[in-house]
Ligand binder design. Sequence first.
Ligand code: C2E
Ligand code: MG
Ligand code: MG
Ligand code: MG
Length: 279
Amino acid sequence: VAKNQGRNRYARFDPCMQEAAQTRMRLLNDMHLALPAGEFSLVYQPIVDLGSARIVKAEALLRWQHPTRGLILPGDFIPLAEESGMILEIGEWVFRQAAQQIQRWRERYDPTLQVSINASPMQFRADGIDLQDWLDCLAAAGTTSDGITLEITEGVLLDQGEDVLARLEAFRSAGMRIALDDFGVGYSSLSYLRKFDIDYLKIDRSFVSSLTETSNDLAVCEAIIMMAHKLGLEVIAEGIETAQQRALLADIGCDLGQGYLFARPLAAEAFEDLLRAAG
Ligand code: C2E
Ligand code: MG
Ligand code: MG
Ligand code: MG
């Protein structure tokens, strides 16, 4: 009996698992070289006013052009960057890059344009972002902090208490905005809204993708939007791909949206073409 159970219960040596571990190790090694080698870049996706389709923000999204594996999307390397701590260094690079970019676009096209930057939970720990350092960086770029929105996930609010609360408050006091990303897919999102002052809720793509007039998702989105507005927040819907989704969301009062219907994430030059065309 013990023998039989043992066979089922214990993982045997699996050559696939070993291969996966080696791939991870290699990717991690490569990641250390990627920053100095200039293999990271940012693409920008427009966030638009749902009524007028006017671009109000650009979400900066990280891309890694690997020398042999080609383009790697964040889902395939951010988790590794977080585990290894490299996300701190990468996150600093992202911020600097985005700050310079937004300053340029504000100067040339629209002084009210904002950039949204995704931040990882680790960046809100004690050894994470140095707020004064960021403010100095913004000043050096010639831009003001109201051009910056930080997109955080539940993970930021999850592991900690007073520390992170105080840190987020400091960002807001310094003029930056905070958006709660991927809203609706986590566990206890509602309790965070009581505790943390934020500026935007981003409705997760999974609610938008199956949106129809009769879907439960429509009722859920409507409830989220009503609640958010009562709390004084603006709502951004992500992953809008069809005109019907846009119309339904606009109908129920959603403020802003982004998705392939409007534009895919674009290289900086292509995003600039959009701004030029709009201006
Ligand atoms: P996110 O912040 O929720 O970003 C939205 C994701 O949805 C992006 O994927 C975007 O390309 C994709 N998307 C936008 N519109 C549509 C649509 O209409 N349909 C579909 N199917 N997808 C759409 P991406 O660029 O692969 O990024 C994935 C995630 O990686 C992001 O999710 C964010 O959590 C993370 N990430 C990206 N850049 C950074 C970064 O600089 N730092 C950190 N810490 N995380 C990042
Ligand atoms: Mg985001
Ligand atoms: Mg999101
Ligand atoms: Mg998402």
